[in-house]
Design a protein around this ligand. Structure first.
Ligand code: PHE
Length: 365
């Protein structure tokens, strides 16, 4: 048998295969279980050792030649198919869009951008911490020990397992643990805001199990309550874009601040809606609780690895969703997280309206 001629004929047929289907049929015809080349290979066993010495290499060469020809033709056909598809599926990017994109910036994202912009102007940088926290950062370091009633008040979501250090893991109930992380990581002085998601097992028209807070922390030498009040006033005037924002500071209690101050903001009732501005004591006005704050407690500063005799500071925590509702007029918090395209279309912001102080942080409203 003329193996070289057989090989030549097979390779010619393979090279002429018009498509991948035809090529696969040829592969089966030659190399399949019942294939002609496979059949030749099977005859080797019946040959004498001498015959095998001469015929064996020829049959193997035949098989290799066919295998290689199949691979080459396959690559060529696949390349041709890809080229054809690329040509057919070409997109003309210069054509006008068939539909205007409908995406928008969520009010929470918008407010977070506004906050970062306002506080950057005051020299604050943005810090972050994990949403899955341990109970030391979320509670203990913030002067909320194991038996403290504040732990129960936080309606905490706990994980069943503890971490490598035996600490209970939880979904952070506030952004205050970032105070501790910031002090431990960057030392003093500090000027940060820490925005992010927080979690509490609570749900109605004004509470969702996940919501957003922004923490503020300043640590330096000689920081007083006056600095806190000025910072909050400056921030809220810039955020609500009104010079007549009036704050009322009330003594309060948080385990991690001493003294602690609850901050109310004055509003006027206009057509049944609360419009911020003016003293809450004026006729037709009222006070609305807005945020918690205070001077960072000595124990907290020490837990952050700093000497409380050397460093002082203030901290505050605000609900970001609440700020968005007050500024942009939504009244049901749950709708924030429904992902309803109509709601987003109504309350969302253009991605091209980046908040800047010079243009007014809420210019896109
Ligand atoms: N972490 C507090 C809360 O979630 C708010 C707060 C922050 C109060 C910082 C004082 C200082 O209610």
């Amino acid at each position: 048998m003329d193996y070289a001629a057989t090989a030549q004929e097979a390779q010619a047929r393979i090279a002429a295969a018009p498509d991948l289907d035809a090529l696969e049929k040829l592969r089966v015809e030659f190399l399949g279980k019942q294939g002609s080349v496979s059949a030749l290979l099977k005859t080797l066993g019946a040959l004498s050792p001498e015959e095998r010495q001469t015929v064996g290499p020829q049959i193997h060469a035949l098989r290799e030649g066919v295998t290689e020809a199949l691979a080459i033709r396959k690559a060529a056909l696949e390349q041709a198919e890809l080229d054809a598809r690329l040509a057919a599926e070409q997109v003309d990017l210069t054509l006008p869009a068939a539909q205007t994109p409908r995406g928008s910036i969520h009010p929470v994202s918008q407010v977070l951008d506004e906050l970062a912009e306002i506080f950057a102007d005051l020299g604050f940088s943005v810090a972050t911490g994990p949403e899955i926290e341990d109970d030391w950062h979320n509670f203990t370091a913030l002067n909320i020990p194991e038996s403290h009633p504040a732990r129960a008040m936080h309606d905490t979501f706990y994980f069943p397992d503890v971490d490598a250090e035996g600490r209970k893991m939880l979904l952070r109930t506030h952004t205050s643990p970032v105070q501790i992380r910031a002090m431990l990581q960057q030392g003093a002085p500090i000027r940060i805001i820490a925005p992010g998601r927080v979690y509490r097992s609570d749900s109605d028209a004004t509470h969702t199990p996940m919501f957003h807070q922004v923490e503020g922390l300043v640590i330096d030498k000689g920081i007083t309550l006056g600095h806190l009040k000025w910072t909050l006033e400056t921030f809220l005037k810039a955020f609500f874009e009104r010079e007549d924002i009036v704050l009322r500071l009330r003594p309060s209690y948080f385990p991690f601040t001493e003294p602690s101050v609850e901050v109310d903001v004055g509003f006027a009732l206009v057509n049944g809606k609360r419009v911020l501005g003016g003293s809450g004591d004026a006729p037709g006005h009222g006070w609305m609780e807005l945020l918690g704050s205070g001077m960072v407690g000595r124990k907290v500063i020490a837990a952050g690895g700093l000497d409380p005799d050397e460093w002082q500071g203030f901290a505050f925590g605000v609900g970001v969703d609440r700020l968005a509702m007050l500024k942009y007029g939504m009244d049901d918090l749950r709708a924030f997280f429904d992902g309803d395209a109509r709601w987003l279309g109504h309350y969302g912001f253009s991605a091209f309206d980046v908040p800047t102080l010079s243009a007014g942080v809420g210019a896109g409203a």
